[in-house]
Design a protein around this ligand. Structure first.
Ligand code: UT7
Length: 325
């Protein structure tokens, strides 16, 4: 039977760093408020000439290098983003063009806000297991700074820009076992009743503009803690696993307090979680692949480790994925 393994990791953050003190010069806020409420110290912000595609391309190249693969080997590119370069075509096509992807490659974008990366991974994993592709590049890339309302202190201090990517390869295995390396199972969920709680003020079909981020922070916070904790426990229970069977938890990085509450709810120490929120802030669909690459590069995530990814975002959407590296 066909399985899919992650064989390469990459990320890219735009060089420009904006501190909390920098933000205190443009909105009524402080380093103390932002850090104690969110754990965020800095965020990377795209400069003129940088966009979701340029960040994605750098992350993709880094992932290909780490997988020791050529762009021509890739036959599927899936980009998770809420901030595409253009309304259409898909920004994934720009990645294909830039890396010199093969003419038989498929490329498309997935939009599931902060859950986007696990959604994109599920699509690619399903296509590899179904024999529709042999190798895939799955990317999460965002330029949230372009859709922030820089006069709204309740949202603009929370977000950043960046990209992360993985390379997937199909392998033949005798059985689908949690002991084997590869993507074991993903759960992806949505509840459209919560659409208005974390939403852009515009869109091509409604306002003819992309709009700015608005959020009911307290409601999103509550749902993030519950939905992420519950989907982790559901995925573990479905596979007869204990929370302690997981080597590393790789959560969406929206707020350190959210991650601390999840750790407390599932009764796992915080040092089993890969954290990037302090340096990157919330980069929506890019936050999990950046955290994965950070975990690999720092030597904490090792070959053979069992990883639990889990996230929640606008829609509401939420998702979790179980992968042996
Ligand atoms: O990626 C998708 C998922 N997104 C999330 O998960 C984000 C979820 N929400 C959160 O992380 C938190 O709700 C926030 C960080 C957005 C807000 O933290 P909070 O502890 O829930 O604060 P709050 O909204 O209850 O606001 C407390 C106070 C308010 O003042 P009053 O009404 O008590 O006088 C706010 O106006 O803090 C004020 N405030 C600020 N003060 C200084 C809000 N933003 C700021 C700010 N600087 N940037």
């Amino acid at each position: 039977m066909l399985t899919s393994r992650i064989i390469g990791f990459g990320s890219f953050l735009p060089p420009k760093i904006v501190t909390n003190d920098d933000l205190a010069k443009i909105v009524d806020t402080s380093d103390e408020w932002i850090f104690t409420r969110t754990g965020i110290r800095t965020r990377h912000i795209a400069s003129d000439g940088e966009s979701t595609s340029t960040l994605a391309i750098e992350a993709a190249k880094n992932a290909l290098k780490s997988a020791k693969m050529e762009a021509s080997d890739i036959d599927l590119i899936v980009l998770a983003t809420a901030t595409p370069d253009k309304t259409f075509p898909a920004t994934a096509s720009l990645i294909q063009k830039a890396i010199g992807g093969s003419k038989t490659c498929a490329a498309f974008d997935v939009g599931a806000a902060c859950s986007g990366f696990v959604y994109a991974l599920s699509c690619a994993d399903g296509m590899l297991k179904g024999g529709l592709a042999k190798t895939a590049l799955v990317v999460g890339s965002e330029t949230l700074s372009r859709v922030c309302d820089w006069t709204d202190r309740t949202t603009c201090v929370l977000f950043g820009d960046g990209a992360g990517a993985v390379v997937l390869k199909a392998f033949e295995e005798n059985e689908h076992s949690i002991k084997n390396k590869g993507i074991y199972e993903n759960l992806i969920r949505s509840d459209g009743n919560m659409f208005d709680l974390l939403v852009s003020t515009g869109g091509p079909s409604t306002s003819e503009l992309c709009g700015k981020i608005t959020m009911n922070g307290r409601e999103v916070y509550k749902h993030a803690v519950n939905n992420i904790s519950n989907i982790i426990l559901e995925l573990l229970a479905k596979n007869n696993l204990k929370t302690t069977d997981i080597d590393w938890y790789v959560p969406h990085q929206a707020n350190l307090r959210i991650i601390e509450s999840i750790a407390e709810k599932i009764d796992i120490p915080l040092d089993r979680f890969i954290l990037t929120i302090g340096e990157t802030a919330n980069i929506s669909s890019a936050s999990i692949p950046i955290a994965l690459d950070t975990g690999i590069k720092s030597g904490r995530i090792k070959s053979g480790d069992l990883i639990m990814m889990a996230t929640m975002g606008g829609g509401f959407t939420w998702s979790a994925g179980l992968v042996r590296i």
